[in-house]
Design a protein. Structure first.
Lengths: 205, 205
């Protein structure tokens, strides 16, 4: 019994997605085969709409319903604050805290020479242009991930920002998100680096 | 920043699938947003084709490109052997061994009163009809899963088959897949029930 072509093709398509291996792809397809046809058709329609109904904001490079995006258009948001993140999902995570009222800049990834991603592939020249045009910015938050590549990218950006600040006679406060023990975590299970950072960053109590 | 509607809708659709939680759904959608549009469109098309290009074989109730399915149509397969499985994926798993040359019957699930699935919801009356019309069958393999529900269903089927055999003056050999240690598994980590079954079913060596 060979797989039917329509079944094999959909398994193949699902496997192109992250976190979906061959077994999961098979399970998804056989689930859909058993489910009412609307489930497959609704998913198909939502997929088609995804690319048709989204654009990339040409100011912050976030995914948006229109350009400029809701945040870049919002006159209430603080122009003094710019938060640089790797991906749209990172901006979304920060938005969910409800504690950030500034603007964003989406890099579109991290520097990762092994994967062929150099600063050229990221939106760094766009960042430069944006900073050059926008004199209101006072603080730049480097909110790349606390991973090896995220740290390297933050370091690279810090150097770049310093150079630009010098040549443009500018001054920005450059910050990075705090490192320490995650809420709800246990000291006992914290890795050494996290604990070291938590110690180094200890605050008066 | 609220999610864009097209993004939120696709996350919602993905979440209807098994094994995909809210985080994974978000990740899939943002992956597609960054990927070339063909990826989304190809997946959408494959989804639309899934239901349009498949039927349920009215003999064995497996998913098929046409009715009857490839296996039911194949004159080379043994008519003496009938293997009863829960779902199409189970038949596929057995086919992949390349060691089974008989026919299949897909139950469409297992008896699970908690989930409201009684024998009536399974293709048992269809099995009865099939057995009544087909005198070539000599062995019936009960290949439901070695789970609680699978065992209960096998037990129920065995009783049914006995009753039918008696009233039709028929005789079938009724078998069940062997239980024991999985290949590559380690004795040390085997659960008690598996080890008990492996001991009970020990073979001369």
């Amino acid at each position: 019994m060979k797989q039917i072509k329509a079944v094999a093709d959909l398994i193949q398509e699902f496997r192109k997605l992250p976190t979906i291996g061959p077994k999961t792809a098979e399970r998804l397809v056989y689930f859909l085969l058993k489910a009412p046809p609307e489930l497959s058709f609704d998913l198909a329609r939502a997929l088609e709409r995804l690319k048709k109904e989204t654009v990339i904001c040409q100011t912050c490079f976030n995914v948006a319903a229109q350009d400029p995006c809701v945040i870049c258009r919002d006159p209430q948001r603080a122009n003094e604050l710019l938060c640089i993140v790797e991906e749209p999902l990172d901006a979304l995570a920060i938005e969910k805290t409800g504690r950030y009222r500034g603007r964003y800049h989406i890099l579109g990834g991290v520097i990762n020479p092994m994967a062929g991603i150099t600063p050229r592939e990221l939106r760094i020249s766009e960042l430069k242009e944006r900073l050059l045009k926008n004199s209101a910015i006072q603080e730049i938050i480097l909110a790349t991930n606390p991973s090896l590549e995220g740290e390297a990218t933050a370091m690279y950006l810090k150097e770049q920002l310093k150079q630009w600040a010098e040549s443009w006679q500018q001054h920005w406060r450059i910050t990075r998100l705090a490192r320490g023990l995650p809420t709800g975590g246990e000291l006992e299970y914290a890795d050494q680096l996290t604990l070291t950072r938590a110690l180094e960053g200890r605050v008066d109590y």
